[in-house]
Every structure is written in structure tokens, then in C-alpha cells.
Write a protein that binds this ligand. Structure first.
Ligand SMILES: Cc1cc2nc3c(=O)[nH]c(=O)nc-3n(C[C@H](O)[C@H](O)[C@H](O)COP(=O)(O)OP(=O)(O)OC[C@H]3O[C@@H](n4cnc5c(N)ncnc54)[C@H](O)[C@@H]3O)c2cc1C
Ligand code: SF4
Length: 450
């Protein structure tokens, strides 16, 4: 009988479906396991497979998948009314009323401002955030912070994977925390809480971004080579969403050179460096957080500028916190029809809910490991499978070494606008198929033969 350590190593890590969440490392009783940085994101390293991992490490590993239906029932006590949005209390659009926080945030600064509110009102002792630039400019780490300044300094989205749950080993017993994490991490965290893992129970509030796609760290090295940066010129800082919303990537070099690329332009890196977790995870709106926040992509807000978020509360306690912040004029918000807000993210919702399911199924059909989430989207017309043939073929071709090498020969000034045009054309072309049946999408229990 293989040990938990061997199962994770063989069936998840070497199978290429580890999300790098860090949960197994936190659970290692021998304290020998560590997360290591690799060009393909953080990866657990179990020294000579001698680590002492409990069964819980296998049960909670989100790389191998988790059962959405079970988790809904155990966490919320019921299934969602809408399978795209998940269980929720209210959905609003808005932003932080403090210009510095709004401007410093990825969209409207809502996550940062709410974390500050929890800290200042002593509802938590510390926040666990993720910060770019630690321990070096191109890397990012989860960090425990205890001041508002530190929370604000860590604002913004980080579009490379960062392990967050391994930080549980560093929590101080008796303290209360809030954490920011991605969907796979939020699900693993809920499973750890349900299994009475003490550090997870110290997390009182879970925050998370709506999560479309993330890039492997190798994307930035490739981008720098494509921009003709010399190997001896080092990066001194990297911001993913600098400047006015929606922002641009800004990389400062030791030589004084500053590279900037609009958010919609550096998206061209996605087909070449998209993470496996982005392709396999079926949760876009971060369904197991107390507060999930995304960009409010709509022509109305994009025209107004300044930064707008879509803000989804999922627990009664978080709803009362957000509504208290609104009453105190800390957040400027408008309550929205929850299902209408989904139109802002139709393509990404389809990419995750139907695309994720098809891609995982195809991987299994080709004899590869893929996570199981216990659900099957309905309807799933043949036309949607055909659209997926195009999408998956693009990822397959662009993800080859040759394609990545060729990309470095094409200047960003050409690739950025061209990719943006192609993306918009493809969106228009595939919209009828991708939106067909999406509004009324249901999830059925997946059969083991799927
Ligand atoms: C990988 C990724 C993909 C995304 N894809 C989409 C998308 O497709 N559509 C969309 O509408 N929105 C997406 N978002 C969300 C969006 O970029 C903003 O994060 C969100 O709108 C919150 O904005 P804010 O101004 O309230 O957050 P801020 O006030 O800027 O706070 C963000 C907080 O999140 C934490 N954080 C940042 N990156 C990570 C990370 N990788 N892991 C854990 N914590 C992190 C930071 O530490 C900070 O505390 C994505 C975010 C990420 C990280
Ligand atoms: S997904 Fe998380 S729990 Fe599973 S092997 Fe990877 S780091 Fe460990």
C-alpha cells in the first residue's frame, strides 16, 4: 500500500496536476516537506519520500480534485441556486472610498480595504496576504502582516501561482486570521477546517479574487528575453497592475530600463504559459470564500475608469461587515442583480465550468491524471466540444518549447495588439456557442465513467 507521500508524489505532483497550494506541506508531521520555487510554480518537495503525511493530506489535496456537491452541502448546508456564482448573500459593484486604496488595488481596492477594516476593528490579529517581490523581485510569497500599511503594500493581483496554505505552520496558536487565496486553496482550506485541523480553524475570514487564468513564472523570463533584456540586467521590481485601472505590467530593471505592457496586451503570454490549474479548475468566482471580488468588466465602468469591482458576499457575517463598511462610507457600492453581473464574465465562466470539465475528461481519455470535481455541466452540446477543440489545440501548440522560443522573436509591440484583436474576434465568433445554455447551466453528479 503506497504511503500518502508516495500517492501525492506519483498521482498528483509527477502527474502534473499539483496546484501548488501548500496544504500537504503544512500537514507534514515530520516538518521535512517544503515548497520549492520552480519555473512552473511552487511545488512540494518531500525529502526522499520519508515525510509523515496523514490521510488528511490526500483527502484535502485540491490537485486530485474535490467534490463540489459534498463541499457545498458541508460548508453552506445547501446547493447553490446558480451554479456559475455559487452560494452567496449579495452581489454589488463598487470600490473603496479612499482614493489611495482604490488606486492601489487591482480593481477597486475592496479586498485590501476590508482586510484593513478587520484589523483596525480587532476582528483579526493578522492578515495572510500574498506579496510580489519576496524574497526576490520575480518571486511572490504568502506573508503574515499585522499593520494596515503592510496590507496596502501587498495590494494588487499576482498572476503567478503562490502557495498560501503552507503558511499554517507559522500561525501563532490562539490568534485569529484572514487570508487571501485562489479557488483551489479556499476549497482545501474549507476541507481542513471541517476536519478540525487547528491552524485552519484560526482562519476566520477567507477572501479571494475571481480567478480566470494565471501564468507560470517562466512567462516573465520569456517576456524579458523577448524584450531584448540582457541576461546580466536584473529585475528590481515587478507590478502586475500598475497605474490606472485596468492597469499595466511594469518591470523595472537594474539598468534603469522600465518595461510596461497594458493588461490587455500582456495577455498574449496566456496561451503560451497558462498554468495547468487554470485549465483544470472549475471554479471562477472563488465559491468557497467569504468574500469574492473580481474586476467589474463592463463598458459602463470601463468608460468611467478609476477602478470598479464586483463584490460577492457569501457568509452572513461577511455580509454584515460589508454592509457596515458601506454605512460608514468606507466602500461605495451599488447592489446588483446577482445573475446579471455574471454577464461581465460570461466567457471565463464558460471556460471554467464547461471547458474545465471537458479538458479534464479528455486528459483522462488520453490516460493522463486529471482532477475530479464530482460534477458534470448540463447542457453540454456537441458545438461546445467543437469550440473546445480549437481552444485546447491553441494551448497545446503554444505550450510547446518551439512555440515559446518563437514567441521570443516577436516584439511585444506586435504581439500585444495582435493578440488583443484575435482575442476579441474569437470572443465574438464563439459567443453564440459559449453563451448557449450558460445562463441556465446546471451541474449533475459526475459518474465515475465520465
Ligand atoms: C491569478 C488571478 C486571476 C484573476 N483572474 C480574473 C479574471 O479573469 N476576471 C476578473 O474579473 N478578475 C480576476 N482576478 C481578480 C482581480 O485581478 C482582482 O484581484 C480582484 O478584482 C480584487 O481586486 P481588489 O482591488 O479588491 O483587490 P486588492 O485590494 O488589490 O487586493 C488583492 C489581494 O489579493 C491578494 N492576492 C493577489 N494575488 C493573489 C494570489 N495569486 N493568490 C492569493 N492572493 C492573492 C493580495 O495579497 C491582496 O491582498 C484575478 C486575480 C488573480 C490573482
Ligand atoms: S495540490 Fe496542494 S496538497 Fe496537493 S500535492 Fe500539490 S501542494 Fe500538495
Amino acid at each position: 500500500m503506497p504511503t500518502v507521500c508516495e500517492r501525492l508524489q506519483n498521482d498528483v505532483i509527477e502527474a502534473g496536476i499539483c496546484t501548488g497550494c501548500g496544504a500537504c506541506v503544512a500537514l507534514d508531521q515530520s516538518c521535512k516537506a517544503v515548497m520549492r520555487d520552480t519555473p512552473w510554480g511552487p511545488c512540494p518537495s518531500f525529502e526522499t519520500l520519508s515525510c509523515d503525511l496523514p490521510d488528511l493530506a490526500w483527502e484535502t489535496c485540491p490537485g486530485k480534485g474535490y467534490d463540489f456537491i459534498k463541499l457545498y452541502n458541508t460548508h453552506y448546508g445547501h446547493l447553490p441556486e446558480n451554479w456559475l456564482l455559487g452560494c452567496f448573500q449579495k452581489v454589488r459593484t463598487g470600490y473603496s472610498s479612499i482614493p489611495e486604496i482604490r488606486r492601489g488595488g487591482a480593481s477597486g481596492g475592496v479586498i485590501s480595504h476590508t482586510l484593513v477594516y478587520l484589523l483596525e476593528n480587532k476582528l483579526i490579529d493578522a492578515a495572510i496576504i500574498v506579496q510580489q517581490g519576496t524574497p526576490e523581485p520575480l518571486l511572490a510569497r504568502a506573508k503574515i502582516v499585522r499593520t494596515s500599511r503592510e496590507i496596502l503594500d501587498a495590494a494588487q493581483s499576482i498572476y503567478i501561482p503562490v502557495s498560501t496554505l503552507d503558511i499554517f505552520r507559522a500561525l501563532t496558536p490562539g490568534e485569529r486570521y484572514a487570508i487571501t487565496c485562489l479557488p483551489d486553496q479556499a476549497a482545501a482550506l474549507r476541507l481542513l477546517q471541517q476536519n478540525d485541523y487547528e491552524p485552519a480553524k484560526q482562519i476566520k475570514y477567507v477572501f479571494g479574487p475571481y480567478t480566470g487564468t494565471a501564468l507560470y513564472p517562466a512567462a516573465i523570463e520569456s517576456y524579458l528575453r523577448g524584450c531584448g533584456v540582457k541576461p546580466d540586467d536584473k529585475v528590481v521590481s515587478l507590478k502586475w497592475r500598475a497605474g490606472e485601472w485596468p492597469g499595466y505590467m511594469e518591470i523595472r530593471m537594474a539598468s534603469g530600463r522600465v518595461l510596461q505592457s497594458k493588461k490587455v496586451y500582456y495577455n498574449f503570454l496566456i496561451p503560451f504559459f497558462i498554468t495547468r490549474n487554470s485549465l483544470q479548475n472549475m471554479d471562477f468566482t472563488n465559491e468557497f470564500c467569504d468574500l469574492s471580488v473580481g474586476d467589474a468588466w463592463s463598458p459602463r465602468f470601463e468608460k468611467l475608469g478609476g477602478g470598479y469591482s464586483v463584490i460577492t458576499t457569501r457568509s452572513a457575517e461577511m455580509e454584515s461587515i460589508i454592509s457596515a463598511m458601506e454605512k460608514a462610507s468606507l466602500l461605495v457600492m451599488t447592489e446588483e442583480d446577482p445573475f446579471k453581473t455574471l454577464e461581465m464574465h460570461g466567457h471565463m465562466l464558460d471556460f471554467k465550468k464547461r471547458g474545465g470539465y471537458i479538458r479534464n475528461r479528455w486528459r483522462r481519455a488520453f490516460g493522463k491524471k486529471a482532477p475530479r470535481y464530482g460534477v458534470r455541466p448540463v447542457p453540454l452540446p456537441v458545438s461546445r466540444y467543437l469550440v473546445e477543440v480549437v481552444i485546447s489545440s491553441i494551448f497545446l501548440v503554444c505550450g510547446t518549447r518551439l512555440a515559446r522560443k518563437m514567441l521570443e522573436c516577436l516584439p511585444e509591440s506586435f504581439m500585444g495588439p495582435m493578440f488583443d484583436k484575435l482575442r476579441l474576434t474569437w470572443k465574438r465568433f464563439s459567443k453564440p456557442v459559449k453563451r448557449k445554455g450558460l445562463g441556465t447551466l446546471l451541474m449533475e453528479q459526475e459518474s465515475v465513467n465520465d
